[in-house]
Design a binder for this molecule. Structure first.
Ligand code: ZN
Length: 311
């Protein structure tokens, strides 16, 4: 049967961050420039501590190393996924990530980064950057050399509940005024293409133009996502994406619903409402793991959550 695994988020202060992790979700945050909460992470730059139960006080990376049976005996040196809540008060830089093959060669064997975004909230008239307008690498190089950033990037309108899959090689940026749930490969390899000419401590942040040009796919193609809803007793579920690294499904429970944990592990991100997972009270903003072999679980209440698992 096992037990659900609850974790202490790791918060990251950044210039573009805000205070929504506190005002929306009640977390106690280090400052009103808190841009990221790493909610489920075993990454060395933010390894979450387990807050209760048999493994209280240990980290997720420790659990992965010492209790692989809780993760269905999966192979791999590092816990593969990372769940963040991002509060972008200001624009993030325009960026791109490598895939596993490029990162293995150019980043000391690190994982590449495929990520996806679910928009938890945004201000009216918010936008987001996904994709670019260069048809070929030559055109891309020319547009970058001539700093034609606004011609290059694709800026799209943003709404609460939107979902985007960002494959490696996709030019992208979260923009100010949005709060986003991000599920990604456990990697922090980011190539910065353009930073709106901002200064940090009097200096522009480093750009990585050569590596960006290496990995950007031309022309841009939107990644496939899904939106077919299924209903069952007490719930509606919608698979949003299934890619080589993860499957992400949005679930709305109203009343009582029973689910089975039949994957190596499930990551649950509650983003609306409140209720119970078995006897455990949960509410908007909580993220936790359901280990391998947990079996079936009962969710009661009126709440929405994301279920993410490896493929
Ligand atoms: Zn990214």
């Amino acid at each position: 049967m096992g037990e659900m695994i609850f974790l202490q988020p790791v918060f990251k202060e950044v210039l573009w961050g805000g205070d929504k992790l506190q005002t929306m979700f009640g977390y106690s945050i280090p400052s009103n420039h808190t841009g990221e909460g790493w909610m489920i992470s075993a990454h060395p730059k933010g390894d979450c501590q387990i807050t209760e139960g048999s493994y209280k006080g240990e980290t997720l990376s420790w659990l992965w190393k010492n209790h692989r049976e809780l993760f269905g005996g999966l192979d791999g040196e590092v816990f593969p996924l990372l769940v963040k809540i991002i509060d972008a008060k200001d624009h993030l830089s325009i960026q791109v990530h490598p895939d596993d093959a490029y990162a293995a060669v150019h980043e000391n064997g690190a994982l590449g980064k495929t990520e996806c975004w679910y928009v938890l909230d945004c201000e009216p008239d918010s936008t987001i950057v996904v994709g670019h307008n260069a048809k070929t690498k030559e055109e891309l190089k020319a547009m970058i050399a001539e700093k034609r950033w606004m011609d290059l990037i694709q800026i799209r309108p943003l709404h609460k509940g939107d979902f985007f899959q960002i494959n490696p090689g996709t030019v992208h940026a979260i923009r100010g005024g949005s709060v986003i749930l991000e599920i990604q490969q456990s990697s922090d390899i980011t190539y910065r293409l353009y930073d709106y000419d901002r200064l940090q401590d009097g200096k522009p942040r480093e750009l990585h133009l050569d590596k960006s040009i290496d990995v950007i796919r031309c022309p841009h193609e939107d990644a496939a996502t899904e939106s077919q809803a299924e209903t069952g007793e007490g719930f509606t579920s919608t698979r949003l994406v299934s890619c080589p690294f993860y499957t992400v499904t949005k679930v709305h429970v109203s009343g009582t619903a029973v689910f089975s944990q039949n994957q190596p592990f499930q990551m649950i991100s509650v983003f609306e409402g409140e209720g119970f997972f078995d006897k455990k009270p949960v509410k908007k903003g909580m993220n936790f793991l359901i280990p391998s072999g947990y079996g079936s679980y009962t969710v009661t209440g009126d709440l929405e959550f994301m279920v993410s698992s490896v493929n």
